[in-house]
Design a protein around this ligand. Structure first.
Ligand code: ISL
Length: 559
């Protein structure tokens, strides 16, 4: 990756439905985002990744697009979006749009035409197949949102493929005209002034020809035929050559189930494809196939993160994240959201954001918002959550209690509750009842309160962002892990020229002893960040529960 800003930027993800409602209808909107730009400036972020605001029937909260070049009226208009771009740019913040290119909504005009069949010029825009002789779907695959990924269309008399919901038909990238249309859409947004794209499930766009049956017994059956499919790299190189690279826009691909080695095929400096990818390996350390819960073991998380650091090293670039709109809140998941909410949230951000890569912060993470805590199914809005409940109850015959336990831990709605701006009614998010419940803990956990409190999680995030801007070693330095086999300590150094940075963290609720590794003993460290008050002797000390400290080697010069 050549362009420096992509490596140096701190990106803040906004899930527009839940960020800020300015219009007073209970749904967040673009005007609300504009209102909060001073907040983003105060936090110190350099770019915003905006989850979809396009026209959509909202079956999957906008990840089902019915017009890529228009805005959903819930959020505003195209001119509101232009105003957002201008206002962000005036504040020196870049805008990264979320683009869903694997599928569209079934309400997209392309699909409406495509389903008319034979003589329609768009008949091959999607993946249509005849059913089997007995009328069964064309193959045995399963969809990400449970059930078969095939729906029969009466009018056309064929099945269409949808790896996600029934209302999210997959586009046919084998059709050159589809790619040309996609390029047009990308150019449209570049011309409007956006600076980059987050590409939704981009490693699923190429399906093996013949769409053969899958072999897996459980989980996503058929995935070997479309994960990192046969032509995916060819397609991405084409987009890179034709639209991304001529404009220097940033690209971050969402690539599910990739290993670090496979990720290098997307982000390797010599590949000409993407700048970085979101991988999922660390999102699977406390579960099997998401819904089978496993106890969280910090060592497993550490192992995954270390492996990504070491494999990317000089060859690629990492996207650093613990949260997004699809994942539970990190403090509830990897920290302790009861006894040590503040300290463990600070520890998590410390461990993650001093690594090599571009940091992504998901709205609310910077104040350590917790999981939703919804106990009734009726409180949930998410399509995946509802489908999984149905599958668990009907097919697997699990009890209501058992399903609710899984959902309370893993539902995507955990991260989609309204942003907690203040202790006011509806958490200061809206003047009316929001589309999804506000958490009761907003009285205690909110932006207004944390901005006033120098010891808050918010101020810890601010400090991390300042440090990343001040010390080159945090962006450029290479990564070296220590204590790799330890169950609780997370320790690493970053090195760049004369600068050495040391991160020491205790990933658990018990005190833990640390001794400085021998190779670092000749250095003189000074502390630059911590989540506890007292001073320590860096050579050896006992860390309190969830304690985390960052040191820099003397002689390191400010940039
Ligand atoms: O959320 C998930 C659980 O881990 C995934 O199965 C998720 O659906 C997958 O990572 C793809 O996510 C992206 O595409 C989906 C959309 O629902 C998600 O919100 C989006 O981030 C379909 O467009």
């Amino acid at each position: 990756m050549k362009e420096d800003w992509k490596k140096r930027s701190i990106v803040y993800q906004i899930y527009p439905r839940s960020f800020k409602d300015a219009s007073g209808d209970g749904i967040g909107d673009i005007a609300g985002i504009i209102e909060k730009i001073p907040y983003l400036v105060d936090l110190g972020v350099d770019a915003v990744w905006l989850s979809p605001v396009y026209a959509s029937p909202m079956d999957d909260n906008g990840y089902d697009i019915s017009n890529h070049c228009d805005i959903h009226p819930d959020y505003g208009t195209l001119s509101d979006l232009k105003a957002l771009i201008d206002a962000l740019h005036a504040a020196d913040i870049r805008l990264i749009m979320d683009l869903v290119l694997n599928h569209t909504s079934d309400e997209h005009p392309w699909f409406q035409e495509s389903r008319q069949g034979k003589d329609n010029p768009k008949r091959d825009y999607y993946i249509w197949r005849k059913g089997k002789k007995n009328g069964a779907p064309p193959n045995n695959w399963t969809s990400f949102f449970t059930g078969p990924p095939w729906t029969y269309d009466e009018g056309r008399g064929e099945y269409y493929l949808h790896l996600f919901g029934r209302k999210q038909p997959d586009l046919n990238w084998e059709n050159d005209t589809v790619i040309a249309e996609i390029e047009k859409i990308i150019r449209f947004w570049i011309d409007l002034g956006v600076d980059g794209f987050r590409l939704d499930v981009i490693n699923l766009i190429s399906k093996r020809s013949g769409l053969p049956d899958g072999r897996r017994r459980i989980g996503l059956r058929g995935r070997e035929h479309y994960l990192n499919g046969p032509r995916v790299h060819e397609y991405l190189r084409r987009l890179h050559r034709n639209v991304f690279s001529p404009h220097g826009v940033m690209t971050v691909g969402e690539t599910t189930f990739v290993t670090p080695q496979e990720a290098l095929d997307y982000v390797g400096h010599d590949r000409g494809e993407l700048d970085m990818v979101f991988h999922f390996e660390h999102m699977f350390v406390d579960n099997f196939l998401k819904w089978f819960l496993l106890p969280f073991r910090p060592k497993k998380l550490k192992k995954v993160l270390n492996r990504w650091q070491e494999t990317m090293a000089e060859k690629g670039w990492n996207a650093l994240y613990f949260e997004n709109h699809d994942q539970p809140r990190s403090v509830s998941r990897f920290g302790d959201d009861r006894r040590y909410r503040v300290r463990s949230a600070k520890m998590l951000s410390t461990v993650l954001y001093f690594q090599r890569g571009t940091p992504y912060i998901y709205q609310g993470q910077e104040i350590a918002m917790t999981n939703a805590g919804f106990t009734e199914l009726s409180q949930y809005r998410d399509i995946e959550t509802k489908n999984v409940y149905r599958l668990g109850r009907q097919k697997l015959k699990l009890t209501h209690r058992r399903m609710m336990k899984k959902i309370m831990k893993m539902s995507r709605d955990n991260a989609r509750t309204p942003m907690q701006w203040s202790a006011d009614a509806h958490a200061g998010f809206s003047s009316v009842e929001p589309w999804i419940g506000v958490q009761e803990n907003h009285a205690e956990i909110n932006v207004e309160r944390q901005r006033k409190d120098k010891d808050s999680v918010y101020h810890h995030y601010k400090r991390i962002i300042e440090l990343r801007k001040r010390y080159d070693v945090i962006v450029e330095g290479d990564y070296r892990p220590f204590y790799q086999g330890h169950r609780r300590l997370f320790v690493y150094t970053r090195n760049h020229g004369e600068q050495t940075l040391l991160v020491v963290a205790n990933f658990c609720g018990r005190a833990t002893r640390f001794v400085l590794p021998a190779v670092l003993r000749d250095k003189t460290f000074k502390q630059i960040l911590s989540n506890v008050k007292d001073d320590v002797d860096v050579r050896r000390w006992t860390l309190a529960p969830y304690e985390a400290r960052v040191f820099i080697c003397h002689g390191a010069t400010d940039r």
